[in-house]
Design a protein around this ligand. Structure first.
Ligand code: ADP
Ligand code: MG
Length: 328
């Protein structure tokens, strides 16, 4: 019988050089960088709710960390440390090995150290807590952080989005048998769904440029909506300007594509607002990061999002993320 301690030692005890003390004691010991504040965020992934119980553990390990890093990216925080609370129905060494490999792959790619966690028996559930850092100017009172927040959007800001939208939601629609994607699209979109790329470098680069930011986990309209509520403003988006992958554009079911692009979750791109004057800086940044950045609309007085079609007419769309797809 593998004990809880063997399990932790075997799978989750790689060195954590950035910690004073990592896995193994009652708590990890961490030293924050001087003149920084901590950005702390947790997300839980539940089997049957956030992933299929038979999901590939290698992908799951990656995604469990990646979705948390996406929250730090949206704050403009530099990821430093992570803890992992695992609830497992049984000890399956092959599953754990693959899960840990995916998790550590992501940790290595983004420079975070796993420094602790918890392991219990029960229905499969994965809770990750990430800790990042943001510079803090303590010479001012109260101290001022460079963090990107939801409440900073201002009139005259343009609304931007990174990468492309809708692919992850289409992969989910395919998995749920709502549509049948062709093989090449399916591979591409499924990768987006299972192996999201947290936009950490972008978040860091947006410090001092963006007025507000959020990551798109629940769909563009829902997540931009959070910025608008927090900032007390409204926004206009031009549907024709939204960055949509050419293979998504080619899908015949326009209604489904529209829903996936506007309201589909799991893309983990950043949506942010920045003053008009930042446009050139952002275009240069897109080149430097080799990441598409697209201006998709602007902030206006009022509340909520208005989406305009190619002719400038207001489209009728739900403001909310979709948690399931109707059969077509
Ligand atoms: P305690 O009983 O004091 O809570 P645990 O047995 O839960 O201690 O954990 C022992 C050590 O292993 C702690 O340092 C804890 O942070 C770490 N740990 C437990 N589970 C995990 C995990 N899934 N991943 C990483 N570290 C873990
Ligand atoms: Mg414990």
């Amino acid at each position: 019988m593998t004990s809880e301690f063997d399990l932790i030692r075997q799978h989750f005890s790689r060195p954590a050089p950035s910690a004073i003390l990592g896995v193994g004691d009652d708590a990890a010991l961490l030293q924050p960088t001087q003149d920084h504040c901590l950005a702390v965020s947790s997300d839980t992934l539940l089997a049957g709710v956030h992933f299929f119980p038979n999901a590939d553990p290698l992908d799951l390990g990656w995604k469990a960390l990646a979705v948390n890093l996406s929250d730090l990216a949206a704050m403009g925080a530099l990821p430093r440390w992570v803890t992992l609370a695992l609830t497992l129905p049984n000890v399956d060494a092959a599953w754990l090995n693959a899960f840990a490999t995916g998790f550590y792959d992501c940790a290595k790619r983004y420079g975070v150290d796993l420094v602790g966690g918890d392991t219990t028996r029960g229905g499969l559930s994965i809770t990750v807590t990430v800790i990042g850092e943001v510079p803090l100017d303590t010479s001012q009172h109260p101290p001022v952080t460079q963090a990107l927040r939801r409440d900073g959007a201002r009139l005259g800001d343009m609304v931007w989005v990174s990468g492309e939208l809708g692919a992850a939601a289409l992969a989910l629609a395919d998995l749920q048998a709502c549509i049948a994607l062709d093989k090449s699209s399916k591979n591409l979109f499924t990768q987006r769904l299972h192996r999201p790329t947290p936009r950490v470098e972008l978040g860091l680069a947006l410090r001092g440029i963006a007025h507000s930011a959020i990551d798109i986990s629940d769909g563009l309209l829902a997540d931009l909506g959070h910025i608008l509520v927090a900032s007390g403003v409204g926004a206009v988006l031009n549907y024709a300007q939204l960055p949509i992958h050419s293979e998504v554009r080619n899908i015949a079911n326009l209604n489904l594509v529209q829903r996936c692009v506007l309201a589909g979750g799991d893309d983990y791109e950043l949506c942010f607002t920045a003053p008009l004057a930042a446009q050139q800086v952002l275009e240069k940044l897109a080149q430097d990061l080799d990441l598409k950045l697209t201006a998709i609309g602007y902030i206006e007085a009022g509340k909520g999002v208005r989406v305009l079609d190619g002719e400038g007419n207001t489209m009728l769309v739900s403001q909310h993320g979709y948690d399931h797809f109707e059969k077509q």
